[in-house]
Write a protein that binds this ligand. Sequence first.
Ligand code: 5AD
Ligand code: SF4
Length: 445
Amino acid sequence: MKIYIKTYGCQMNERDSEACAGMLVEKGHSIVDSEEEADVLIFNTCSVRELAERKAIGKIGIMKKLKKLNPDLIIGVMGCMAQNLGEALLKKLPHVDFLIGTGQLHKLPDILESIAAERHQAALLEESPEVLTGMATHFYGRENPLFAYIAITRGCNRYCSYCIVPYVRGREISRDIPDVVQEVKKLVDSGVREIMLLGQNVAAFGLNGDTNPPPEGVSPFADLLHELNKIEGLKRIRFTSPYPSYFNDKLIDAIATLPKVCHNLHLPLQSGSNRILKKMNRQYTAEQYLTIVNKLKSRIPDMTFSTDVIVGFPDETEEDFNATRNLMNIVDYDNAFIFKYSPREGTPAAKMADQVPLEIKEKRNEILLKDLAVRSERQNRELIGSTQEVLIEGPSKRNPKRWSGRASNAKMVIFTPEPSMQIGGLAKIKIHRATKASLFGDITD
Ligand code: 5AD
Ligand code: SF4
């Protein structure tokens, strides 16, 4: 069958879509780029904010037209929204043939096979550990053969008061170290040089669902980084996202000393106000967060930081917002995903008093975006004169005479290639010009 997959939401969803496409291709199906030529449409959905759900529902709604033209068309919904809304989604969108939850994706090929005979299936059930190992090795159509996403944990045990993820993605489950190492070795054999480890809280890797951060000296995630660092041919390791309280000295030490671990950290802050952090059920204070950042900065001076922040959480005052704004300036993030709080039914925050009006959320969002633009322009300018190690990706999209690659700190670097240069290799580039988006430089010997 010809299958079209549309993905919404986070990198975990992108990885899931890629793994599902890989499994389907292995079974003899093909992946197509347009809805019109497909026999099967699959929508991989997100529930984190209401807007994400609305977008997907709108899009799937429009697909009714295609189904009228082609009654044999099969439409499926996977991912968080399928899990979250379940049968209610089938009632709202009766032209959808099946739903598959986040823990059962490895069953997609079987479900598709049986669907032609029997429609309206739901396979939600519990998060199954098989989904981690069963889908580990399936890859399809990665945009860049040098990079791969690796899912190492799924689910979340943290229950931040605004977040729907623990309810839809279920309890945290982890793979074991040899399983991840084996997958990465296979990928490296096929040309991958940089990996991004994924999980709702990657730093909870290997803690077997313990709901508390690990004590000093214990970090199975750091152990994993040590093992991955040993893999010959692998050049770089990135990960997203770790929960701040899981940073102990063992993990900080691993990040600071392992040469393949990149000098860029996505560390979700959510708010810089202790009052709001408490209401969010985040288990750290602004001061504790800053201590982690400062320890990392003192060990790794060229480290860059990015974050997730929510504006307009219930009862967020100007003072709370300014605390967030200040902390963002102190950490000096070079990138941030700023979210306007979106109440999610079933979460404690949705029922809290003093919901913040949309205009205020928008104003605060704009202020933080402006701060971010000012900071990143200055930061890029400050990198003029520095030397950056770049993973060579090949000709740049805009100007193929120039090549591009990413520095360890995640900045895009554009440079003039030399004949000896190899895609997938590392090169040292001296930066002589910077814009908001990129750094420009030449090779140093
Ligand atoms: N409203 C707004 N942002 C949210 N996030 C999670 N839940 C919500 C919500 N209800 C954001 C958090 C998280 C990121 C993935 O999405 O900042 O880190
Ligand atoms: Fe949601 Fe908090 Fe878990 Fe992140 S750590 S997925 S924000 S509950």
